[in-house]
Design a protein around this ligand. Structure first.
Ligand SMILES: *Cc1c(COP(=O)(O)O)cnc(C)c1O
Length: 383
């Protein structure tokens, strides 16, 4: 195996999280697994396969390239839905392969109708409504034009869904904005229905809305971060724990990021470690290098800040994080040896390096840290 570090993905943790999520939903509400951003860093192919083994049959991706990768591991009957980008060529590929996609401007619908006619195969679309996020979405005169085009092309376009996205359901600061978005969504769904436009799936909720706004579940939800064992925000976590009188976090993290000790050496008191003079040995020290640096997504802002686990001990990163290596102080680790396992993220023995602690130190959002884990670190499924 060729790697300097690797990522483990836990199947039992995913089982746990999906069961927990299903418990939050009414029977019959479909769970779409959001796997954009390389499945939040977990690896789209590896995670996609695992999720199917855990009973998932609907996936949401951002773009055609992600849909393409997922399609390579998708079983028959699995739905793939593109929420964002696809160009004209990719749109043809999507329709030919039965991939569903969002429509948020009329040009895409026009093109979909043309391609569907050419391929003699209907396009399966989701009408993405503008309800107040003001990012992408159909509204106003454009929505009316879309309705006319749909009425004229019924055989060529199947409306698989009507959807919208909330502008910050993870914070109660946005409560009014979110509730007004839901009202606007419902009113527009009614208007569409009066124009004889109805869809199989009505979907608005992301993870935060699944927890905080049960009225947004409708008949499908799009869940990303919680499947991977993380909460959308500390507020959402606390709210859930309080309302349900829970003691322990019901979600389990899937990810462990690991490497091994590359060298161990003695450093005498007073010496500086690594580039520059940001760290000076206060005593004679035992120093280990780990073959992971910022080129692998280990942020340089964790210099003299981060921690890793070795032999069940939490040890500090010392000096500057380099492109391909980082240094840790292993003076306190009994019997430390070359090739010892190093846990950068996840658990070892009783200790745990959380994405949250990592993220706070490097001022990244948990979403950002996960999705920045490079694609070329190998991912392995463990039980
Ligand atoms: C990312 C995304 C989601 C999932 O968000 P989480 O907070 O990770 O659950 C849902 N819907 C859309 C449109 C998204 O872009």
């Amino acid at each position: 195996m060729f790697y300097s570090s690797y990522i483990e993905i836990s199947k039992s943790a995913l089982h746990n999280n999906i069961a927990f999520l299903k418990g939050l939903l009414q029977p019959g509400v479909r769970l779409s697994s959001v796997v954009k951003g390389n499945a939040y860093g977990h690896g789209i192919e590896e995670f996609g396969q695992l999720a199917q083994e855990c009973g998932i049959d609907h996936f949401s991706v951002f773009s055609a390239d992600e849909a393409y990768r997922l399609l390579q591991v998708a079983s028959p009957g699995t739905t793939i839905m593109i929420m964002g980008f696809l160009d004209e060529e990719q749109l043809e590929w999507a329709i030919a392969n039965g991939i569903e996609f969002y429509v948020f401007h009329i040009d895409r619908l026009e093109r979909a109708v043309e391609v569907a006619r050419k391929l003699q195969k209907p396009a399966r679309i989701h009408l993405d409504l503008e309800t107040g996020m003001n990012r992408i979405g159909l509204g106003g005169a454009e929505l009316k034009a879309v309705v006319r085009m749909l009425q004229q092309n019924k055989a060529l376009v199947e409306i698989a869904g009507i959807c919208t996205h909330f502008a910050g359901a993870e914070s109660s600061e946005n409560h009014e904005r979110v509730t007004s978005q839901l009202e606007k969504y419902s009113a527009t769904v009614n208007y569409l229905s009066s124009s004889d436009i109805a869809a199989d799936a009505l979907h608005t909720a992301c993870s935060a809305a699944v927890v905080a706004y049960p009225e947004t579940h409708l008949n499908m939800v799009r869940v990303g971060i919680m499947q991977y064992g993380f909460w959308s925000s500390p507020e959402i976590f606390q709210r859930y724990m309080q309302q349900n009188g829970e003691q322990a976090d019901p979600l389990k993290r899937l990810i462990n990021w690991k490497s091994h000790i590359m060298t161990i050496k003695l450093v005498a008191v007073g010496e500086f470690i690594g580039y520059g003079n940001s760290y000076q040995a206060k005593e004679d020290m035992l120093l280990a290098t780990v073959p992971v640096g910022y080129a692998w997504g280990y942020s340089r802002s964790l210099s003299n800040q981060g921690e890793v686990l070795i032999r069940g001990h939490r040890v500090p990163v010392v000096g500057i994080v380099n492109m391909n290596v980082l240094m840790v102080d292993v003076t306190s680790v009994p019997d430390v040896a070359l090739n010892d396992e190093v846990v950068l993220l996840g658990h070892q023995g009783e200790e745990n390096i959380t994405v949250a602690s990592f993220a706070e130190l490097s001022t990244q959002l948990n979403y950002e840290l996960l999705t920045r884990l490079p694609m070329n670190i190998p991912r392995y499924i463990i039980d």
